[in-house]
Ligand binder design. Structure first.
Ligand SMILES: [Zn+2]
Length: 608
């Protein structure tokens, strides 16, 4: 049955214009309504999708993600958890000791009333029932009528969901007692882009979605406060901190229907709890910042102090990346760590103040890197986690007055440790497919952050700042790829950078330069690592004066703006490079800024 379907699928997913590889982007508008039962954590939902096919292809099938299905014994997420050597501690029980752990998958132990699921009751295309097949966390739908290029179709679904026990990101009754963390909770249309259908099974990692407008109604017990994506349409019926004056609900009213609209997003998330405190403040450009956290005296003071810091973060990112385009952002206690969503984040709340600001800084920065610059993070996770880590470290340095010379020094240490570990895989590895969680995190977060910080070393700090702003301006509300950040940096700096993108993201080649020899005023440098780089050099003369030198790479075909003395370029084909300084040399130092990720800095100096 499946074979026949895919054969027909191939026949009708033909390309109208085989040469057309220019950018296009699908569009989907969601209208959803769910009724939540807070006793058994089940909900009934209806969903109407209006899907516009902007691709050059006629589509004979579509795919949805049913991510709650991952939280079932035997799912791909469960099996992966049972086989990876360093599982996420939140997702396992340790039956052994700390030294000799024996991990047990928490998913494998879920009982039928504790698992997660999304079950389809009915599905129609333009009013006619269609055939579909559930494959793990995916739903494959065979359309009755192909959607032609430029065409639209309406997909109506009835579904039933069950919220799993909190294992990872989503779920009920989190460790901090949040009743409902509702992420990846609805049938979500998969993206179809220039690389085809993005149909990864939900294993653990990140997401990719279709841009569109969401209209969502949630009916739930009146005691529960909801925070999440979008703008509440009926605040004066709901109250719960959304209305200007308090709202009294009639005794006989048991449930309230919350109506949210969220324009131009690619996901919708919410959390609900009967004990939330809900505060709001205004940030730059009249953006409302909402805070939802447990009425727990241990955390209240930190959550109050977090509020003005969140407004400072908003201003920082507005200035250094680009303007936040929505009317609200919500920081919500929920989930199991910190995770970014549309117009909101779910973070754990029982943290010291620095950690609370740090996690908020990181997750809020994701609004720009991955949410608005919606890179496919299942493939290019370093552009999501890495760029976010880069900018949030810069922001923290300013907002908490940390006064660090290199706010990303921790990322350099993480990457260099990974590069020497023997288990590094290239950044092109699919996010879920790294052999170890360790290598995934240090690749995505640390090496990804180093990619940007080190780009600043190559093209200059001001060019990096301009690059980030132009990248945002050109690619917001789109799906940028690694080539797009490279091309933006090339356009801003006039420097050729294909070598940089290729070496640093598609290989595990490392950087190691050394001072090879110094003879009076003759200096010889040597490239030991395979990856070539331009060199900043500080030379101190025997008379006590010093001079900075700059050696561009020949294949850059350009130079960064610098006050250093420019030297002729160094070709990657030459392992060594020699030049004569003006006076007798006392000491030499390669890259005093430490922005080049040289994996062995013991050989970077002479005479120091
Ligand atoms: Zn992140």
């Amino acid at each position: 049955m499946r074979k026949i379907t895919s054969f027909i699928g191939i026949l009708i997913t033909f390309s109208i214009s085989a040469q057309n590889t220019s950018y296009w982007q699908q569009h989907v508008d969601y209208t959803m309504s769910i009724d939540m039962n807070v006793e058994n954590y089940q909900y009934d939902g209806t969903q109407k999708l209006i899907y516009t096919n902007n691709s050059p292809d006629a589509l004979g099938e579509v795919f949805y993600h049913l991510q709650f299905n991952a939280f079932q014994p035997g799912s791909d997420m469960d099996i992966r958890l049972q086989n990876i050597k360093d599982p996420d501690r939140r997702m396992v029980n340790n039956l052994g000791t700390r030294e000799a752990p024996i991990y047990e998958s928490r998913i494998a132990k879920l009982k039928p009333d504790e698992i997660g699921y999304i079950k389809i009751n009915s599905l129609q295309q333009d009013g006619v029932t269609v055939k579909y097949e559930v494959i793990g966390t995916l739903l494959k739908v065979k359309l009755n009528t192909p959607i032609m290029p430029g065409g639209k179709t309406v997909l109506d679904m009835n579904f039933k969901g069950q919220v799993p026990l909190q294992i990872r990101r989503s779920g009920r009754n989190s460790e901090e007692g949040i009743a409902l963390s509702m992420t990846q909770w609805y049938p979500k249309l998969a993206e179809y882009d220039f690389e085809g259908w993005q149909t990864n099974q939900y294993i653990a990692r990140e997401f990719h979605g279709v841009w569109g407008d969401f209209d969502v109604k949630i009916t739930i017990d009146k005691e529960y406060t909801i925070g999440g994506t979008g703008y509440l349409q009926n605040p004066n019926e709901i109250g719960h901190g959304y209305s200007d004056t308090p709202v009294k609900h009639k005794k006989k009213v048991k449930k309230l229907t919350w109506h949210f609209k969220a324009p131009n997003v690619h996901d919708f998330t919410w959390a609900a709890d009967p004990d939330y405190i809900h505060d709001k403040i205004k940030g730059e450009n009249d953006v409302t910042l909402h805070f939802f956290y447990k009425n727990d005296k241990e955390i209240i003071e930190n959550w109050k102090k977090l509020q003005p810091k969140t407004a400072e973060l908003l201003s920082y990112y507005n200035t250094h990346i680009g303007q936040y385009p929505y009317k609200q952002y919500s920081v919500i206690q929920g989930g199991d760590g910190g995770m970014e969503y549309a117009m909101c984040t779910l973070i754990t709340g029982g943290r010291n103040f620095g950690s609370l600001v740090g996690v908020t800084a990181h997750e809020f920065a994701h609004t720009w890197f991955q949410f608005l610059l919606a890179t496919n993070e299942t493939k290019h996770e370093w552009m999501d986690e890495g760029f976010t880590s880069y900018i949030s470290s810069q922001a923290m340095n300013e907002i908490l007055n940390q006064d660090k010379e290199n706010p990303n020094a921790g990322s350099y240490r993480g990457y260099i440790r990974l590069a020497k570990s023997g288990v590094e895989e290239p950044l092109t590895t699919l996010a879920d497919h790294y052999t170890f969680n360790y290598s995934y995190s240090n690749s995505a977060y640390s090496k990804g952050a180093v990619f940007l910080a080190q780009l600043g070393y190559i093209i200059g700090k001001e060019n990096l700042e301009k690059t980030l702003k132009k990248y945002f301006e050109d690619f917001k509300f789109k799906h940028p790829t690694p080539n797009d950040i490279k091309r933006t940096a090339e356009k801003v700096s006039g420097i050729q950078l294909d070598w940089y993108l290729t070496y640093f993201t598609k290989t595990t080649a490392t950087i190691d330069y050394a001072v090879d020899n110094v003879d009076t005023n003759q200096i010889t440098l040597k490239r030991i690592g395979k990856m070539p780089m331009p060199i900043d050099l500080k030379v101190t003369y025997t008379d006590g004066t010093d001079e900075n030198f700059y050696i561009p790479l020949k294949m850059m075909l350009g130079s960064k703006p610098t006050t250093a003395t420019p030297l002729s370029s160094w070709s990657w084909t030459a392992p060594t490079y020699s030049f004569s300084a003006k006076k007798a040399v006392k000491s030499v130092e390669i890259d005093p800024s430490h922005l080049m990720a040289d994996i062995d800095d013991t050989n970077n100096n002479f005479g120091l």
